[in-house]
Ligand binder design. Structure first.
Ligand code: TGC
Ligand code: FAD
Length: 390
């Protein structure tokens, strides 16, 4: 009873293990208790609700698939996806915070870091004692991160880091930043930059109409001395940050389903209750068309995400398969949010209902982690062998 209604038209629950369902239901009831009642107010105020950090850690949202020896939850990829789905049912901005912490900060330290770095940072990131951010995008290099100009020079006992990153989730409050920069040979490496290092500032980006409950900012490096032990030693090149994106994009493919489900549930309930011309609007063909198409698209997206999760558990999912799911599922969610908003009429534009917040949030989700266009071009490259980017 304390759970949301959750459409499951094709009995996808039967494909889940008891552990998947336990993890999902714990996340679902936590979101209903701790996020849904407060999130609209924080979004209106354009503020991240710091008080939920501890709860996010407790439901396993920080490093769901990172091994328990480093403080992670040690879960499989389907559990990770289900946690993202439930969090984004509440708000895409809250899911962003956990995506960044897990897949863009903990993942590179786990995969590309050495044992000392893992032990130093991962348990604190898993518990939420440290919050992290991921600096790849620059003012002049968004879809084309390979063109980045942020750079570091070897100064003997330290590196000297210069440059700037833009549109960085969690930047204004992050304790640590995983920053991608080029060395003197132009090779991309990851560096762990800590708040407090001289010359490192994180100004907040204001006036967003989207992801208002998530803090976004810049990372500015003005001759920052970074200790040599803060370089991630085990992978370099553009493939290193892109590997992190694979993991985050997979989580978004699930997360978008959560936002879509919340919009669908809200619109369905409203359509059954709202009476015009002496009958519920849900009894009209036009509104039924919208609702029937929504549940069809949600069901297709669930199957795509579940199958991708199975492939990831087997270590067989390709980056191009992940791109297809991220692109399809976010597009599905944004279209459902727009249609659901119309079903609510004037009520749909108010903060009394979550739909317009989801709709505005999804405008960021369809842009970050690779835009809608870029993911289409990744599929295009995969099936034809020709790169249309360059
Ligand atoms: P390209 O020549 O194709 O590749 C360079 C190297 O990378 C390898 N690679 C990958 N490795 C792992 N995972 C992937 N998904 C990979 N895709 C490519 C590739 O094999 C190659 O390796 P090597 O060893 O041969 O050097 O690179 P390109 O310059 O042509 O660019 C390809 C393109 C356009 C697909 C890529 O740049 C891209 O994905 N652009 C989109 C940028 C993006 O997604 N930015 C996201 C920033 S982070 C963010 O938005 C966080 S929001 C967080 C939140 O709040 O949730
Ligand atoms: P551009 O790359 O300038 O693209 C503009 C338009 O051109 C898009 O429609 C795009 O699809 C299209 N386009 C670009 N190249 C091509 C091409 N070759 N062919 C056809 N069309 C093309 N980044 C981080 O590193 N860390 C973060 O934590 C982070 N968080 C974010 C949070 C928010 C709220 C937002 C909005 C963004 C965030 N980003 C983050 C940045 C995000 O990844 C970029 O915005 C995204 O990659 C697109 O880059 P851009 O905004 O520079 O757009």
């Amino acid at each position: 009873p304390d759970l949301f209604e959750a459409p499951d038209y094709y009995n996808i629950d039967e494909l889940l293990t008891d552990e998947h369902k336990l993890v999902r239901d714990a996340a679902r009831s936590w979101v209903k208790r701790e996020v849904s009642p407060i999130i609209e107010e924080y979004a209106q105020r354009a503020e991240f609700p710091n008080q939920i950090i501890k709860g996010l850690a407790e439901i396993g949202a920080f490093g769901p698939y990172i091994p328990e020896e480093y403080g992670g939850a040690g879960l499989d990829q389907i559990s990770y996806g289900l946690i993202m789905q439930e969090i984004e049912r509440g708000d895409s901005g809250v899911r962003s915070t956990s995506s960044v912490q897990s897949s863009l900060v903990m993942y590179p330290i786990w995969k590309y870091g050495n044992e000392e770095q893992r032990k130093k940072y991962l348990p604190k990131l898993a518990s939420g004692e440290f919050m992290g951010c991921f600096g790849l995008t620059e003012p002049d290099h968004g879809s084309n991160p390979g063109g980045m100009t942020t750079n570091f020079k070897d100064k003997g006992d330290h590196y000297l880091l210069n440059g700037a990153k833009l549109w960085i989730s969690n930047a204004p409050f992050a304790d640590v930043a995983v920053v991608w920069a080029k060395n003197e040979e132009g090779r991309i490496h990851g560096l762990i930059v800590e708040r407090g290092m001289e010359g490192f500032t994180t100004p907040e980006t204001h006036n967003k109409w989207s992801l208002r409950a998530s803090a976004t900012g810049e990372l500015i490096f003005d001759n920052v001395k970074v200790p040599k032990e803060n370089l991630l030693p085990n992978k370099s090149g553009l493939g290193a940050p892109l590997g992190c994106l694979d993991s985050a994009r997979y989580g978004i493919a699930w997360g978008a389903i959560g936002a879509a489900m919340d919009c669908y549930d809200t619109a369905l309930r409203y359509a059954k209750e709202r009476v015009q011309f002496d009958k519920p609007i849900g009894a009209t063909q036009l509104q039924q068309k919208k609702l029937a198409e929504m549940i069809t698209e949600i069901t297709k997206a669930q199957l795509l995400a579940w199958r991708l999760g199975v492939l990831r558990n087997q270590g067989k999912a390709t980056s191009a398969q992940i791109s297809m799911a991220k692109r399809n599922n976010v597009d599905m969610a944004i279209k459902i949010a727009r249609e659901a908003r119309q079903i609510l009429g004037g009520m749909g534009i108010t903060g009394e209902y979550s739909i317009m917040r989801h709709m505005m949030n999804l405008e960021s989700v369809i842009t970050y982690e690779g835009t809608h266009d870029i993911h289409l071009l990744i599929t295009g490259l995969d099936i034809t062998g020709f790169s249309a980017f360059k």
